[in-house]
Design a protein around this ligand. Structure first.
Ligand code: NAI
Length: 281
């Protein structure tokens, strides 16, 4: 049986995933604002430092896996917290846990992304770039003139930056080469307290209800937790740097031709360079 760190373990998908892991006999070290083995506020540098350190202490320096589910939805006025929890609250913890994950030899990590990455139009590139550069203040400034649209932009931007970070990082020698399988799960609207709060707000509810979902309705947190558990299992040994969409078809509805796509002619030089540098490692 293994030891797993789960952030956002007190609610929604993180809670369901933690319960399923515990039911299978694993040890779960939950991280959340309350009701968790480690209570910490991932929106602050100190909270992230405490969370990273206490998990390592409780895990005795070896983690078989991690689920990064703590996060906020696109709540107007909370842009700064969204940027910090959704992006830094994942990336900083995983950097701190990398050695403990490598120590397990076959560790798996599932990061909660979102289908807002591909279905939110016109997310500024500079918002994503600022987050990837580790500058949440610049990310928030980049959308300050957008009024109520700022929060969805920071939310989608945080999940785009996170997905790009996952894909860049997953393939590195320190990660894939050290036996760690790092992937992201991108849900659509899932019936959790996060969604219930959106549905309780008239204008957010209108946007959620009118959003195209070919399968109809909402996903259930227990279904998404099954995907998480699967992505932590040996069946996922060959899954690296993937962003798995479980969203009732919204991404496919809007973006059927966006991916897969062949490498464009102007990307050939970079492609060939990557071919050569991989062989030289
Ligand atoms: P939830 O609101 O039910 O659970 C999120 C958990 O994160 C809560 O227990 C909360 O206390 C914790 N959290 C929030 N801020 C924190 C902080 N500063 N420090 C520590 N913990 C904090 O949300 P849900 O729906 O389970 O979401 C899980 C993840 O999935 C989030 O990253 C969310 O962005 C993502 N997601 C959710 C979707 C949905 O429709 N529910 C859709 C797509 C992605």
């Amino acid at each position: 049986m293994g030891t797993y760190a789960v952030t956002g373990s007190a609610s929604g998908m993180g809670r369901e995933a933690a319960e399923k892991l515990r039911a299978a006999g694993h040890t779960v070290i939950g991280v959340d604002l309350a009701d968790a083995e480690v209570t910490a506020d991932l929106s602050t540098p100190e909270g992230r430092r405490v969370a990273a350190g206490q998990v390592l202490d409780l895990a005795d320096g070896r983690l078989d896996g991690a689920v990064l589910a703590a996060g906020l939805g696109p709540v107007p006025g909370r842009e700064s917290v969204i940027a910090r929890v959704n992006y830094l609250g994942v990336v900083e913890l995983l950097r701190a846990w990398r050695v403990a994950l490598a120590a397990a030899g076959n560790a798996k990590v599932v990061v909660l992304s979102s289908n807002s990455t591909t279905t939110t139009p016109a997310v500024p590139r500079r918002t994503v770039r600022a987050l990837l550069a580790g500058d949440p203040d610049r990310a928030v400034r980049s959308v300050r003139l957008l009024g109520r649209a700022a929060a969805p932009m920071v939310y989608a931007g945080s999940k785009i930056a996170l997905s790009h970070w996952v894909r860049r990082t997953a393939v590195l020698p320190d990660w894939a080469g050290s036996g760690i399988r790092l992937n992201a799960l991108a849900p659509g609207a899932i019936r959790t307290p996060l969604l219930e709060r959106q549905l309780a707000d008239a204008s957010a509810a209108k946007a959620v209800r009118s959003f195209p979902v070919p399968a109809g309705g909402y996903g259930e947190p227990a279904q998404l937790a099954d995907w998480v558990v699967f992505m932590l299992s040996d069946s996922a040994n060959f899954l690296v740097g993937s962003v798995v969409f479980v969203d009732g078809g919204s991404d496919a509805y809007f973006r059927a031709e966006s991916w897969p796509r062949p490498v464009p002619f102007r990307g050939l030089a970079r492609y060939l360079w990557r071919m050569r540098s991989f062989g030289a490692r």
